[in-house]
Design a protein around this ligand. Structure first.
Ligand code: G3P
Ligand code: CA
Length: 389
């Protein structure tokens, strides 16, 4: 017969065991666990776009070298219906198209999600023409020395890279494709969804355990995709800005999914993260992808009451470094309660993008989100994210 211990002792052992299990489940920090009890995933945002021109095979490779679990191709369509990795349909900011005299006449103005913009659009170029372009870094503060070197990859090449690197490294590298401006592409008769499904199907990626997560800021296309595939789906949640008090600011076109705008649906992105909004997301998605201030907002301070935000670091500018973090919202908890995972974006190393609480240390930001039980995050510097995990 086993020796019986006093109740208090047994309770203590039980509590210690639970605490150890909880620590193991939350990725090593004190705080709530991730939804599946595993470490948060790191997504190479546009590859490792902090280092190399975004959405190039070189940028994706760099993300993988840095330990990223997933690489993220944003997707737009070419004139001949090929999905390529670009953040915008307009190629002006991320390629050398504006310097190519042969394409000068291709400059035009289009309306994307209700906003008129000028430039050179992927949907006016065949893939063969896109292949003559070279990528460039769109953030002026980042290394420009690799501009003009790299090709614009197709989705198929991104899939092939994920597969070959997974085999080479002996670990699974997934892809996290985002359908960019689905309504815009449908209007051009270049809908992204079936093209994406065909590529995933050809890759053998059709189930929940496939190394794929599809994301979109629109809703109707995700609902459609859910009827066609069982791969994981994430509803992205955007906003225009954060005000001085730390409140989310909504302004078109970042106030609501653009298909809601077209359908005159009054709901906004904020409505998507209410209890009712999350419950609806759960009907077609596996996770939610909010901009990070939806989880951890920050506010400016005005200690001298002069009506202006204080320049906390005294550098003459008011930016993220002058914000003080507020208490986290309940979004992760609310989503987890419904069985939705939460992946947030975008983590960036530059000190000017970090709240004062992090004192210029990007790892401190990752650690804070890990403590909150975040299930995954998109990073321009995935090696930093991995080293903080
Ligand atoms: O997809 C998550 C994040 O990438 C959304 O922002 O604008 O960089 O695609 P964006
Ligand atoms: Ca994206």
């Amino acid at each position: 017969m086993p020796t019986r211990r006093p109740l208090a002792s047994r309770l203590a052992v039980t509590l210690i065991s639970l605490a150890v299990a909880s620590l193991a489940a939350c990725g090593g920090d004190n705080g709530p666990p991730t939804l599946n009890g595993e470490k948060a995933i790191v997504v190479g945002h546009r590859g490792a776009s902090g280092y190399l021109p975004e959405h190039t095979l070189e940028s994706y490779r760099r993300a993988i070298e840095g330990g990223a679990d997933f690489i993220e191709p944003d997707l737009v369509a070419t004139k001949d219906g090929v999905l390529i990795a670009r953040h915008e349909p307009n190629l002006i900011a991320t390629t050398d198209v504006s310097e190519r005299p042969e394409f000068a006449a291709r400059k035009t103005t289009k309306v994307v999600d209700g906003v008129s913009e000028s430039g050179w659009f992927a949907s006016d170029f065949t893939l063969a023409e896109i292949r003559t372009l070279r990528a460039k870094q769109q953030f002026a503060e980042r290394d420009q020395s690799n501009n003009g070197k790299y090709l614009i990859p197709t989705l198929q090449e991104v899939i092939d890279l994920a597969k070959s690197e997974s085999a080479r490294l002996g670990r699974t590298i997934g892809i996290y494709p985002e359908t960019k401006h689905p309504t815009f592409h449908q209007g051009l008769n270049l809908a992204l969804e079936d093209r994406l499904l065909a590529a995933l199907s050809a890759a053998g990626w059709t189930t929940k355990s496939s190394p794929v997560i599809i994301q979109s800021f629109e809703v109707a296309n995700l609902k459609y995709l859910r009827t066609k595939t069982q791969v994981r789906i994430v509803q992205l949640v955007d906003a225009d800005d954060v005000d001085a008090a730390g409140n989310i600011v909504l302004a078109a076109p970042f106030d609501k999914p653009y298909d809601f705008a077209v359908a005159k649906d009054p709901r906004t992105f904020k409505d998507l993260v209410t209890a009712a909004g999350l419950a609806e997301i759960k009907t077609y998605a596996d996770g939610v992808g909010p901009w990070k201030p939806y989880i951890l907002p920050g506010r400016f301070v005005d200690r001298n009451n002069d009506g202006k935000s204080d320049d906390l670091n005294g550098d003459g500018a008011i930016d993220e470094r002058d914000r003080v973090l507020l208490a986290p919202t309940k979004l992760i908890e609310d989503a987890h309660r419904l069985g939705l995972f939460v992946h947030t974006w975008t983590m960036r190393n530059e000190p000017r993008r970090l709240a004062s609480d992090f004192a210029g240390d990007p790892k401190a930001e990752y650690k804070r989100f890990f403590e909150l039980g975040i299930d995954g995050l998109f990073s321009d510097f995935p090696d930093t994210a991995v080293s903080a995990r």
